[in-house]
Design a protein. Structure first.
Length: 270
């Protein structure tokens, strides 16, 4: 009778095999935990997963896998949220933001290839953080009662620049939404209506660069079972927010994002 091949081979002992298997499972559990927490934050607030997803996923996988995986998850989250709450989407605002973003992306790519990109990133981080601090200190000082077309287009344009340069579209959109005083439900739904097509375009870029690989798809499919309940949990949290409390959390998120941009710029320069 032909003997079955052992589960481990070569110079490996059973201890090495067991340790490797435990490491693989621990790594998978860490990835799923990161995806779950990042999705809850994204679903509850409409943004903010950039603080968690890619920076932590790169501890478990190469950046060339983590970045497209994060975009695939963004597409899935945005699609579920828009399907849930499409009635809360500000369609005109979304269309204006997306149109302006298209024109901002090329400038963002120029910033990416510019030798002074750390200086630009640090400046943006400081401006975003200052806006957040001012808004927390003077809550009702900055409000737009009606749609401001020029500021809307400027926000979309700046989002395109940030997206093209650093893959971080969110801050200008969040600032505009906070100025307009969108309700938590409108905030969440409108941002996802923006992120859905924007993320699809980003994924097309990864595909054209050969970065949408079988490994990325495999990691995405493993993440779906924890992503879906996280979206619903985030929605439940979002619906419990009052307008004032929600805006305070939004400004704190902007403060963290601004700080993250500044720290990244300083550490890269050093």
């Amino acid at each position: 009778m032909k003997r079955l091949a052992p589960l481990y081979s070569g110079g490996d002992t059973w201890w090495h095999f067991l340790f490797r298997e435990i490491s693989i499972h621990a790594s998978l559990l860490l990835v799923l935990a990161i995806v779950f927490v990042a999705t809850v934050i994204r679903s509850a607030f409409g943004f903010g997963e950039a603080l968690i997803a890619v920076p932590l996923l790169v501890l478990c996988m190469p950046l060339r896998v983590a970045a497209p995986l994060a975009v695939l998850l963004s597409i899935a989250i945005a699609a579920v949220v828009v399907a849930q709450d499409w009635r809360h989407v500000h369609l005109r605002s979304t269309a204006g933001l997306l149109l302006a973003t298209v024109f901002g992306i090329p400038l963002g790519l120029l910033v990416l290839t510019n030798g002074h990109q750390e200086l630009v990133k640090a400046g943006l981080g400081i401006l975003i953080a200052l806006f957040a601090v001012f808004s927390l200190a003077a809550r009702d000082a900055l409000r737009l009662k009606n749609e401001h077309r020029a500021l809307l287009l400027l926000s979309g344009f700046l989002a395109g620049i940030l997206g093209g340069a650093y893959g971080m579209n969110g801050p200008p959109l969040v600032i505009y939404g906070s100025l307009r005083g969108w309700s938590p439900q409108h905030f969440r739904a409108t941002l996802q209506a923006y992120f859905l097509p924007a993320s699809i375009l980003g994924m097309i870029g990864f595909w054209s660069a050969g970065l949408w690989t079988r490994t990325v798809t495999h990691e995405f499919l493993l993440s779906v079972p924890v992503m879906l309940p996280a979206v619903f949990l985030g929605r439940a949290i979002n619906h419990r927010f009052s307008g004032a409390a929600f805006l305070r959390y939004i400004y704190c998120g902007l403060l963290l994002l601004g700080g993250m941009l500044f720290v990244e710029a300083v550490t890269q320069h050093v």
